[in-house]
Design a binder for this molecule. Structure first.
Ligand SMILES: Nc1nc2c(ncn2[C@@H]2O[C@H](COP(=O)(O)OP(=O)(O)O)[C@@H](OP(=O)(O)OP(=O)(O)O)[C@H]2O)c(=O)[nH]1
Length: 179
């Protein structure tokens, strides 16, 4: 097997173990790992991304934010570039939600191109997921607010991958959100 395939298997296995007890917020309680795998697949399959470190960071993108994984652990296991990309896309969960959301909008234009790719694919996955089914307890207004906020974040990520950006724009248009 080639080196990239071995690396991706190691990475997806690490993410699966870290997220093993977590579920998505949908009624079916989909295993959480479906999300990072789907984000990495959007990048490779739709975005044409072949940079292995970006694909690894996509698989790991929620490990620091949502599990006991530390930046040092990612650095030791996957190297400094992957660890840095994951840190760039990690929210500080100790902050109040509105402040976290505000910081994402503010921070987006200052991310590296690699982190911008992960963020674009993450938003595309989550918006498609909202179209597929509404998370338990969410109102239609909350869904619309997520679209509006995601549009603001994406504004700061533009000029990174035209295919992903066009697909996001189509979703915003369907919701009447002005990109
Ligand atoms: N659409 C959808 N999202 C789900 C589902 N299950 C979990 N999520 C996650 O919920 C988050 C969005 O929910 P919010 O209420 O806005 O944020 P919060 O969980 O961080 O407080 C996203 O994570 P995040 O890391 O905060 O991403 P982002 O909000 O920074 O884009 C998304 O990945 C689901 O079934 N459908």
């Amino acid at each position: 097997m080639n080196t990239d395939a071995v690396l991706l298997l190691e990475t997806v296995n690490f993410a699966a173990e870290k997220h093993r007890n977590q579920r998505r917020k949908d009624i079916e309680q989909t295993p959480y790992i479906n999300h990072p795998i789907g984000v990495a697949r959007i990048l490779s399959h739709e975005g044409g991304v072949t940079d292995i470190e970006v694909l690894q960071a996509a698989l790991l993108h929620d490990t620091i934010e949502d599990t006991d994984t530390t930046p040092a652990e990612l650095q030791a296991t996957f190297g400094p570039v992957v660890a840095r990309i994951v840190q760039e896309v990690t929210d500080d969960k100790s902050l109040p939600k509105q402040e976290r959301k505000r910081r994402q909008v503010e921070h987006a234009p200052h991310c590296s191109p690699q982190a911008k790719l992960v963020k674009l694919a993450d938003k595309l996955y989550n918006l498609r997921d909202l179209n597929r089914c509404i998370p338990v307890g969410w109102t239609a207004e909350r869904v619309q607010e997520y679209f509006l906020w995601a549009c603001d974040v994406v504004k700061g990520l533009r000029g990174t991958n035209s295919v992903l950006e066009e697909k996001l724009d189509e979703l915003f248009k369907q919701r009447g959100v002005q990109p």
